[in-house]
Design a protein around this ligand. Sequence first.
Ligand code: SF4
Length: 199
Amino acid sequence: MTLLNLAEICPSTHTLGPGQRFVVWVQGCCFNCPGCVSPTWIPQTQATLVEPLPLANYIISQPGIDGITVSGGEPMLQAAALSELFSYLRQQRDLSIICYSGFTYEQLQAKSEPAISQVLNQIDVLIDGLYVAQLNDNQGRRGSSNQVIHFLTQRHVKEADFFTQQPRDVEIHVREASALIVGVPPINFSSHFKHALGS
Ligand code: SF4
């Protein structure tokens, strides 16, 4: 059993993949892309450690869930724990699995870690590559146009436009003392949001 180092979760969203999805953001990234949308989740520090099985049970218990999306941080740094999580999920339900990574698919395929191969065999869609601010075309569910949507199974092939072309949207989930922005933000989202708030 390998613990998953979680930065954040969102039990229900419609912005990060087709259908209603549970989102897991892992803590820690080996990259440092200028303009990263989640810089507080780059440091490879301990955040919330969870066991894959209880997390899988919690995800399954969410009503109406069609799938899970994993982002970060860099998910492939925690491939062993994620692979366990995905196994437990799929033992119970045939959920859709989408995963972001700063590594390209080719780089991941060249790695010798069995857990990374297992993750690649489990996920339906991989959105790969680093975020390049100059290539942010304000479209779809990738941060910049260099990132490639890899349909590793047939599950979401017919929904390719959702990933590559559909207008972006974000959800703002208000917590007790904070707010979580979920989704790939449209360009200038922060300034528009601040303007809307009158600040
Ligand atoms: S790979 Fe993703 S999480 Fe890591 S620094 Fe780049 S944009 Fe941020």
